[in-house]
Design a protein around this ligand. Structure first.
Ligand SMILES: Cc1cc2nc3c(=O)[nH]c(=O)nc-3n(C[C@H](O)[C@H](O)[C@H](O)COP(=O)(O)O)c2cc1C
Length: 381
């Protein structure tokens, strides 16, 4: 079936992926209140239709952290994304490069930073989780620099992991007892295309950036255990100083949702923030990003580059985030659905659709450049 929207890619991903992997991407934490609010609060923002503004030449081009991009959209870091398709992170990085937008590799990706860097010319952004082992962090930063990355996305909203009910129910995080293993096997057998493409031919199924920390025989469950044992809940603002002293490129703090934290970020020597609640996967009941963003932008006006993510499902949503004051946005689930549905072609197609939707939305709100989009682009319902 031809796809017209991100929602269509989601439907295809559901048909293509084993149930527990679809639930892993699609779900949020606890009762998913924040996951739903991210979407709803964004959609409720009414766009101000304007006419007779000569919108013959609309450009979505922009600049982020000193680099020019074709639109103010980056692919967000998604752990285990490579499991959606064979060597999935490489495929998504290629699609991002074809569209001249940034791709962000998660610390907990299947493909290592070296594997991704070898497949593209455009440097990726790299997302860092603070792990307890600081020696490992400094080694990793060197590898990332070696791979040509200049922008580090330091995720700060995951000192502990929010419980995701769907992952327990689907068998994704449940124990390795025999009945759970049979349940997962049953789900795998119902998706033979995925089983062939990724399960049988898509290895190694290890977390490429962490390979040096675990034995070659470690299973994905061993990696999951390693990660949850090694997230550093004692992380504080000192960690930003630590990273600054080991990283000379740009630093962007991801997971800021409060204007007081944004203020502190602006005095901490970082270059930007991502206003994010981890796509509703951490503190359920936290504000949606659409609601949190305006106060943050007002507090740090112009000091830092502000990206935002959470709930973006169309080019119209991108415009809404920009109207609220973001300089750019990140997409999480959207690119994973497209990757699962149709690999590199799927991600490239999704980005084309998004850009076309943005162009139309800009034209019908009377904008020909990203720079002129502001809160006047929205109106009261
Ligand atoms: C399956 C999944 C895995 C994620 N893994 C990471 C990760 O490894 N690092 C990180 O900083 N954020 C991670 N995130 C959060 C995303 O980077 C992003 O903030 C979020 O998905 C944005 O919301 P959206 O999915 O509604 O676009 C993950 C999100 C999802 C859905």
């Amino acid at each position: 079936m031809p796809v017209a929207s991100i929602a269509d890619f989601r439907a295809q991903a559901r048909r293509r992926l084993p149930h527990f992997l679809f639930e892993y991407i699609d779900g949020g934490s606890y009762n998913e209140v924040t996951l739903r609010a991210n979407r709803q609060d964004l959609r409720e923002l009414a766009l101000r239709q304007r006419v007779l503004k000569n919108v013959e030449n609309v450009s979505t081009a922009t600049n982020l952290f000193g680099d020019s991009y074709s639109m103010p959209v980056a692919l967000a870091p998604v752990g285990l994304a490579g499991i959606n398709r064979r060597r999935g992170e490489v495929l998504a990085a290629r699609a991002a490069q074809a569209h001249n937008i940034p791709f962000t590799l998660s610390t907990v990706s299947l493909c290592s930073i070296e594997e991704v860097a070898a497949a593209v010319e455009q440097p990726s952004w790299f997302q860092l989780y603070m792990l307890k082992d600081r020696g490992f962090i400094t080694d990793l930063l060197q590898r990332v620099e070696h791979a040509g990355c200049t922008t580090l996305i330091m995720t700060v909203d995951l000192p502990v992991i929010g419980s995701r009910y769907r992952d327990h129910r689907s068998g994704m995080t449940a124990s390795a007892n025999i009945s759970n293993q049979l349940y997962r096997l049953q789900q795998l057998l119902m998706r033979p295309r995925w089983l062939w493409d990724v399960g049988l031919l898509g290895g190694p199924h290890t977390l490429g950036n962490l390979n040096s920390m675990l034995s070659q025989k470690a299973s994905l469950a061993d990696y999951q255990r390693y990660i949850s044992d090694n997230f550093d809940a004692s992380t504080s603002w000192d960690a930003v100083e630590f990273i600054r002293s080991h990283w000379s490129g740009k630093i962007v703090l991801k997971g800021i949702l409060d204007s007081q934290d944004a203020q502190q970020a602006s005095t901490s020597g970082v270059d930007g923030i991502v206003v994010s609640n981890h796509g509703g996967r951490q503190l359920d009941g936290a504000l949606s990003t659409a609601r949190a963003l305006p106060a943050i932008v007002d507090r740090i006006a112009g000091d830092l580059t502000v990206l935002a993510d959470g709930g973006i499902e169309s080019g119209l949503d991108v415009l809404r985030m920009l109207a609220l004051g973001a300089d750019g946005v990140m997409l999480g689930r959207a690119w994973c659905y497209a990757l699962a549905a149709d690999g590199e072609r799927g991600v490239a197609h999704m980005l084309s659709l998004l850009k076309d939707e943005m162009r139309v939305a800009m034209a019908l709100t009377g904008h020909t450049s990203i720079a002129s989009i502001d809160r006047q682009t929205l109106c009261r319902r």
